[in-house]
Design a protein around this ligand. Structure first.
Ligand code: GTP
Ligand code: MG
Length: 419
């Protein structure tokens, strides 16, 4: 049973850096004082044990974190955009939807509090104070903030069963699961009908829990005999077990002991898991005739008696299960918070040059940011730009690519003649 939604997440845009100069009565020509833009907020997915489904994401497809504010004069930096927090149930797998090829899983949020950044906010642009040099004390250059990342992601909820339904083959596990949930496993009068765990949601009044039928366990299951072995590890993650035995078996108590031996041989923690022992098929006359005998044979263990076929004793069993679950807490994280970040934007990567026809095209994130945030028409600004071309290694990259005076050069949306 999987629940799945696909959403589009976008980080906030970074605020623009400001071009501004100090103005004070007694300072005729103040220095630059343009503040930086704030970074855009991230979109963060956080697992929260109080959230039980992905329903909240069904009506809305697009999620966007807040933008960073622009920088202002007097070195006032723009505020960072707030992160957008999306809370999901524990057990949610987050993957990155790719246009081509298979989707890649980013994170498996298995514990409350675990989180993953799914779209980073854009960097805020630097204000003009950062561009002052000894020879140019009045820079008219500032950076524009970056756009936030945009990603399509898939949230998929793996149901982690609260209760494992175990027992020998053919004892009536599927019949019980079908009686209490919407799950419809195959039911048949031969062993190993159920070959993989089947999950169902059981609702009892206002409460609900996930019940998983584990394929029948036989002697030697811990060594890999039968089908149950692969699934014993599923039981490890449940909070408690319903251990079903067949009342028409020659010795129900012995059956129970055998299955318990397999559990403890596989993992001693399994044997310690809370267990409700339930005798099934009490509708059969031969079982009804020996109820007292069966009860005594369990010695110290209290057993419940039910008929999955007629429903007798089932409401009591479910009520008891909910009661027991209340005293078994969910496995909580031991304070371990995982913060995984994927797809980071490279900042300060070396500039690259390629040719489109006769034009030399420069790819340099920082230069593009400056061009986007600056009024390129002014000749003074264009002179300033020359120095940044050297500083950022763009001049060298262009020289290596064979640029000569008079050639056309383009970066971002600005094109000029190389001098
Ligand atoms: N009389 C009677 N028959 C039952 C009851 N519960 C299950 N059965 C029968 O027992 C047989 C096995 O039932 P299943 O529910 O398939 O048992 P299972 O434990 O899921 O079996 P596997 O998946 O094969 O391990 C079927 O023929 C059921 O009809 C019951 O309460 N009373
Ligand atoms: Mg079955």
């Amino acid at each position: 049973m999987f629940d799945q939604v696909e959403i589009v997440v976008t980080g906030g845009r970074g605020g623009d850096g400001s071009v501004s100069f100090r103005r004070e009565k007694w300072v005729p020509f103040g220095g630059p004082d343009g503040g930086d833009g704030g970074d855009g907020g991230d979109v963060v997915v956080v697992a929260d044990s109080t959230v039980t489904s992905l329903k909240a994401f069904k009506p809305k497809r697009y999620y966007r974190a807040a933008n960073g504010r622009n920088g202002r004069s007097k070195k006032r930096h723009g505020k960072k955009g707030e992160n957008l927090i999306l809370t999901v149930p524990v057990g949610t797998v987050v993957s990155y939807k790719l246009q081509i090829g298979s989707d890649t899983s980013i994170a498996d949020l298995e514990q409350s509090g675990e989180q993953v950044v799914v779209a980073r906010g854009g960097k805020g642009g630097l204000g003009n104070t950062h561009f002052a040099t000894s020879t140019n004390q009045a820079p008219r250059i500032a950076e524009k903030g970056d756009e936030g990342e945009e990603n399509s992601i898939i949230l998929e909820l793996k149901l982690i069963a609260d209760v494992g339904l175990i027992g020998h083959p053919n004892v009536g596990k599927s019949t019980l699961l079908a009686a209490v949930s919407a799950a419809r496993p195959k039911i048949a009068s031969y062993p190993f009908t159920t070959r993989e765990p089947v999950l169902g949601v059981v609702e009892v009044g206002q409460r609900s829990f996930v019940l998983a039928e584990i394929p029948g366990l036989i002697d030697g299951a811990h060594l890999g005999r039968g089908l149950g072995h692969d699934f014993l590890r599923h039981i490890v993650r449940t909070r408690m077990l319903i251990h079903l035995v067949d009342g028409s078996s020659s010795s129900p108590a012995e059956d129970m002991a055998k299955v318990n031996t397999e559990l403890s041989l596989f993992d001693s923690a399994l044997a310690k898991k809370p267990q409700l022992v339930v005798v099934n098929k009490i509708d059969l006359p031969q079982v009804r005739a020996r109820l007292a005998e069966i009860r005594d044979s369990f010695a110290g263990t209290r057993a419940l008696f039910v008929s999955a076929a007629t429903g007798e004793g089932i409401p009591e069993l479910m009520a008891e299960t909910v009661n027991r679950l209340r005293s078994v807490p969910r496995a909580e994280a031991g304070g371990k918070i995982v913060r995984k970040v994927f797809h980071p934007q490279p900042r300060g990567a070396a500039p690259r040059v390629h040719k489109e026809g006769d034009t030399f095209v420069v790819t340099a994130l920082e230069l593009e940011r400056i061009i986007a945030g600056t009024d390129m028409v002014s000749p003074q600004v264009r002179r300033e730009l020359g120095r940044h071309l050297v500083r950022l290694g763009v001049s060298r990259a262009l020289a290596r690519a064979g640029v000569k005076p008079g050639d056309r050069v383009r970066c971002g949306n600005f094109e000029w003649e190389w001098e």
